[in-house]
Write a protein that binds this ligand. Structure first.
Ligand SMILES: Nc1ncnc2c1ncn2[C@@H]1O[C@H](COP(=O)(O)OP(=O)(O)OP(=O)(O)O)[C@@H](O)[C@H]1O
Ligand SMILES: [Mg+2]
Length: 341
């Protein structure tokens, strides 16, 4: 259990929640899923246990992803999920309330920010701070963002792609689009339905994306089996699909991400652009691990692109590091009032 004065950083993601504790690193990493009994409204499971239930629950049980699309789509459930994770990390003794810094996508509305702050305070924070996702991602990727030299980060998560040019601790230009990992999965589901009359689940689509998907041709055209239901007969069916087909399936969302990166570059001041051309664009987030996405962006933007080390952990690590230098980063952090409880 953690003692008094402990600060924690939370990457409240669409796909997963990571909790970082000062001097300990990442202590929790679980899917953002909650299973609920619809009749009693009781929470049956949170995290990995609940994820196993996605798409497999009987009538009275629902497995919910409360943060679909990178924002809080279900406030009550998000609060309960946060409370569960915070208690798991801090224990339930109310006296030791931590200060919590939560990472949010850029471009969320004031109402959405308020919702995150309220949920975190309700879940047991003494004080809540917010940090924008690409700022945390940049810190976590090891970029020194306090210098007067521009860096560009593209964080591709499950729900949102956050693109930002950062200099001297602040965001110079940014964009956030709701096209990321989930949209890639959905594109695969659509492709399989259209081309093969095969209905596959989102988890199978994700497995195809990770296994054979790509944004740039693979050296070898590899194949993988897709299992689902034949929409004509209604019966189970499997089909072999190739990585070339997956690239075709993913073309629309990967192009949308590329165009958004392009639009941010267009709005970036020339001095800063030359910094970025020297240093390259850094990709973070699980969605950035799509095979060849770095090469695809590099080719289209004519700027070097590199995938950060441990892309999935960058935001949580950056959120944690931000805690350690709250004073330096105060400008790029949004401080909030104390919780009432
Ligand atoms: N090897 C891989 N190739 C392609 N995609 C991957 C790979 N590994 C994970 N992903 C995808 O990464 C996404 C999750 O990334 P991440 O954990 O960064 O999201 P998040 O932070 O929870 O979401 P957000 O930041 O949008 O709220 C999922 O869509 C997942 O399918
Ligand atoms: Mg994220």
């Amino acid at each position: 259990m953690l003692g008094m004065g402990t600060d924690i950083g939370i990457d409240l993601g669409t796909a997963s929640v990571l909790v970082y504790v000062k001097n300990k690193g990442i202590v929790l990493n679980e899917p953002s899923v909650v299973a609920i009994d619809k009749n009693t409204e009781k929470i049956l499971a949170v995290g990995e246990e609940a994820r196993q239930m996605l798409g497999r629950t009987p009538g009275n049980i629902v497995a919910i992803r409360p943060l679909r699309d990178g924002v809080i789509s279900n406030y009550d459930i998000t609060e309960k999920m946060l409370r569960y994770f915070i208690h798991k990390v801090c224990g339930t003794r109310k006296i030791f309330k931590p200060r919590i810094i939560v990472c949010i996508p850029t471009g969320v509305t004031q109402v959405e920010k308020r919702a995150v702050i309220d949920a975190t305070n309700q879940a047991g924070a003494r004080k809540t701070y917010l940090i924008e996702e690409p700022v945390a991602a940049a810190i976590g990727a090891g970029l020194d963002i306090t210098k007067p030299s521009g860096s560009m980060v593209v964080d591709i998560g499950g729900g949102t792609s956050d693109i930002a040019v950062i200099s001297m601790g602040g965001i110079v230009v940014s964009a956030s689009i709701r096209v990321a990992g989930d949209k890639l999965d959905e594109a695969i589901v659509r492709y399989m339905r259209k081309k093969y009359n095969l209905l596959i689940g989102e988890r199978s689509a994700e497995a195809l994306k990770i296994g054979i998907g790509c944004a740039f041709p693979r050296e070898e055209n590899i194949t993988m089996e897709a299992r689902g239901r034949n929409l004509v007969t209604g019966l189970p069916k499997t089909h072999m699909v190739t990585s070339e087909e997956m690239m075709e399936a993913l073309e629309e969302p990967t192009t949308a991400i590329m165009e958004s990166v392009h639009s941010v570059i267009e709005k970036t001041p020339p001095e800063v652009i030359s910094d970025i051309s020297d240093k390259g664009i850094v990709l973070t987030g699980g969605g950035a691990m799509l095979y060849g996405l770095d090469k695809f962006l590099e080719e289209r933007m004519s700027i070097p692109v590199r995938l950060a080390d441990d892309p999935i952990s960058c935001v949580a690590i950056g959120t944690g590091k931000a805690l350690e230098s709250l004073d330096i980063l105060e400008g790029s952090l949004i401080t909030t009032n104390r919780s009432s409880g």
